[in-house]
Design a protein around this ligand. Structure first.
Ligand code: GLN
Ligand code: ZN
Length: 759
């Protein structure tokens, strides 16, 4: 009999209960007991979902107060030593201090978990770090589940992934060491944990090693066999979980590991199964991640059954059915979506629904299809309806896409010629000053938007309020003396949602929250159909803003890659097709802005870099279509229309040729926190177009002094020719307050002016 399980369930709660409980604890409004109670309730509820759905195990160890990597460190006793906590007596308050910092200690660094939008806390490795035991939370949670009558499978972040993702923090004069030097200590730490789990009667432990989806250097690959030999010696049965991509190049390695089972992602790595099964040891469990753990579409149960049947014939009860990865990356429960129409809702599946899909497949494999016949029928109907729904297939979009080769993805002339015309038109001073787009989103603005959404104020009232905001922003910028203005984006809640709401093919959930980091959640839209722009989206706002000033006013759009990257995407066509559809829609907006007299148009692409695939071998394909999508968006305008783009980071060294190929007339990037150092790559590459390296950090309310920005600008002048340099903050100002914004921008303008005098 095949079994069913999941790699993990979202911990945040369908109504973001964990978020609210944790934040109220941080504010001191509730005590530890109340917080613990919420955690326990959520764990119980999530185990009940899994048990009720008929999974053979409930996952224990997927719960974390802030982050699963930090939980693993707390479990091992390997929390950063600079905080001077006793790892064996770590309290929940200490744990939060590690995650969030306090006046004496900056927080642990946070970064993206592979190619997801989840952020983990980066382990800090010092020579004195120990791995000899920490908190007992995992053991307590397992006991909790057992006491409720559940059969548990404990999940752990694997030792090699933990090491790989961490950073060495050796102090001045300390002996240098390599991360893998820590491996013996790490293994001993995991051995202790596994022994305790075995003593507690745990039969299976799932160890996640997602680094196997990466192209690993030989030292890392070679570390697997000795590590897993040491771990499996005295331990419960180990299920080694890989996910987020195929692991073909590690097939032989995975076959040779002394583990009781391996999990494969059969969504991202759909084609890897046949090769993997050759010489697969028959006594091992193979966990088939067939239900998509990274997306929100209802599973095609018939197709899944068809794919797994031959596998089941081969493996029998050694086949486990699962989702591709932990369900952490999808929302909790579709049942809470009361605003979606029934048709759209019928196409979707969140974590709770996915547990039922997994067990349905299991039952069907086990010859109990009659038990789940209704589920199979409903899924088949939904899948068939989605395939032919006119909401998905828009002949107009198809036609345009078919003709895309007739559209030039290049501007009429090269940058060197364009910039001459643009300069003649705009007559900007040297080192022109500008902003990235948004200005402070005051409570007033947010309130007005909420009232408008709830229907408490009418459209015209709302429009007037926002126009007042634009007026204020324009007036302030003129007073400050900026050269190129923005309208401030008061009408935008979120840079993707704002456009998604105006495009056909985008859907929105009421409660589709997904944890981003700690207590922070995001609610990504989903793209279900061909993307079509029924009418202009921003032209009215930009036109109005431009009418208030004789300075150039930048039109402001979100680029195609970011529109794609920050949404759940269609699984019935390749990502690049969807990106090109969005690009075609945005291209029309760009052309409409130009027609309305807007001479500068910024197309933001903050998610451009995070779209890079996990394997470097897949980079060129991605970069090619991502650049093409941008160029399609931007190239419909005349030479003297200036195209800007913005990205919120500056680590471009490895992809500079593609950044240059985007051919934006001006790119603004974040550089202040790297002390302009990240600009060096642009200099060495002789980046040809204009650049605005951010001269101040907008993440803090601190007002930078004129001299600080002058120093950064002088550094920039050492790398980039004067004629190419712009002056701007690192990013948009929407999270800032007005007083610091005005003061900082005044200083920035002063810095630019003194620089002009130096030329
Ligand atoms: N134009 C946007 C803003 O200023 C850009 C935001 C971003 O880069 N994330 O808010
Ligand atoms: Zn930005």
């Amino acid at each position: 009999m095949a079994k069913a399980h999941i790699l993990g369930f979202p911990r945040i709660g369908a109504q973001r209960e964990l978020k609210f409980a944790v934040e109220s604890f941080w504010r001191g409004e509730t005590d530890l007991a109340a917080l613990q109670q919420t955690g326990e309730t959520l764990r119980q509820r999530h185990w009940a979902v899994q048990a009720d759905a008929g999974l053979d195990f409930v996952a224990v160890g997927d719960f974390a107060w802030y982050d699963q990597v930090l939980n693993t460190l707390a479990l091992l006793g390997a929390v950063p030593t600079r905080f001077k906590f006793d790892p064996k007596k770590l309290t929940l308050a200490d744990y939060f201090t590690l995650a969030r910092g306090n006046p004496e200690h900056f927080a642990m660094e946070m970064t993206k978990w592979f190619d997801t939008n989840y952020h983990y806390l980066v382990p800090e490795f010092t020579a004195d770090l120990r791995f000899d035991g920490g908190v007992d939370w995992l053991f307590e949670e397992n006991a909790e589940a057992v006491a409720l009558g559940h059969k548990t499978k404990v999940t752990l972040v694997g030792p090699l992934t933990l090491l790989y993702l961490g950073k060495i923090k050796s102090g001045e004069g300390e002996k240098k060491f390599d991360k893998l030097d820590l491996l013996p200590k790490v293994i001993a730490g995991y051995q202790n944990v596994l022994k305790r789990l075995q003593a507690a009667g745990v039969e299976w432990v799932q160890i996640d090693e997602p680094i196997l989806a990466l192209e690993l250097a030989a030292v890392w690959r070679n570390a697997f066999v000795p590590t897993y030999e040491a771990l499996s010696a005295a331990a419960p049965k180990l299920l080694l979980a890989t996910y987020f991509d195929q692991v073909r190049e590690h097939t032989a390695l995975l076959h040779s590991l002394p583990v009781a089972g391996v999990h494969l992602d059969l969504v991202r790595g759909a084609g890897q199964l046949d090769d993997f099964l050759k010489d697969w040891p028959q006594d091992r469990v193979l966990s088939a991640g067939i239900v998509d753990g990274r997306n929100i579409w209802r599973a095609d149960l018939d197709a899944a059954l068809l794919a797994l049947q031959p596998l089941h014939e081969k493996l029998g009860d050694k086949l486990w059915v699962s989702a591709s990865c932990s369900l952490l990356h999808v929302p909790v429960d579709l049942a809470h979506e009361n605003k979606l129409d029934e048709e759209l809702k019928g196409w979707l599946s969140f974590a709770t629904q996915k547990t039922h899909e997994i067990t349905a497949i299991k039952h069907a494999l086990n010859g109990e299809k009659d038990v789940v016949a209704e589920q199979f029928n409903a899924a088949a109907l939904a899948v068939a309806a989605r395939k032919k729904s006119p909401r998905i297939h828009n002949p107009l979009v198809q036609k345009r896409l078919g003709e895309i080769s007739t559209i030039s993805a290049a501007r009429h002339n090269v940058f060197a010629k364009r910039i001459v015309k643009q300069q003649a038109r705009f007559k900007l001073p040297a080192f022109p000053t500008t902003n990235i787009g948004s200005f402070p989103q005051t409570t007033d603005i947010r309130q007005a938007r909420a009232q408008y959404k709830r229907g408490e104020i009418g459209h015209l009232d709302y429009l007037n309020k926002m126009r007042d905001e634009v007026r204020l922003v324009v007036q302030k910028q003129e007073e400050i003396g900026l050269d190129v203005l923005v309208h401030g984006e008061p009408e935008r809640n979120d840079m993707v949602e704002y456009f998604g709401e105006q495009l056909w093919g985008y859907g929105f959930t009421a409660n589709g929250w997904v944890q981003s980091y700690g207590s922070r959640c995001v609610k990504p839209p989903f793209i279900y159909g061909d993307v079509y722009r029924p009418e202009a989206m921003t032209v009215g706002w930009s036109e109005f803003a431009q009418s208030l000033t004789s300075k150039p006013m930048k039109g402001m759009l979100t680029g195609p890659v970011t529109m794609l990257q920050w949404s759940f995407v269609r699984d019935d066509q390749p990502r690049d097709t969807t990106a090109l559809q969005i690009a075609l829609a945005l291209r029309e907006e760009v052309v409409d802005l130009e027609k309305a007299g807007i001479g500068m148009i910024q197309i933001d692409e903050p998610a451009f870099r995070e779209g890079l695939p996990l394997k470097a071998a897949d980079w060129p394909h991605y970069l090619d279509w991502a650049v093409k999508a941008f160029r399609i968006t931007a190239s419909g305008v005349q030479d003297d229309t200036q195209i800007h783009t913005h990205m919120c980071y500056s680590e471009f060294n490895d992809i500079l040729p593609w950044i240059a190929a985007m051919d934006a007339d001006v790119i603004t990037i974040e550089t202040s926190r790297s002390d302009m150092e990240l600009l060096d790559g642009f200099g060495q590459f002789a980046y040809p177009n204009d650049i605005g390296p951010g001269v101040y950090d907008i993440h803090s309310p601190r007002v930078p002094r004129v001299e600080e920005m002058q120093r950064l600008l002088r550094k920039a002048r050492g790398v980039i020719p004067d004629a190419q340099l712009w002056v701007n903050p690192d990013c948009g100002l929407k999270t800032r307050g007005w007083p610091e914004t005005t003061a900082a921008l005044e200083n920035m303008v002063l810095a630019a002016r003194t620089l002009r005098a130096e030329v």
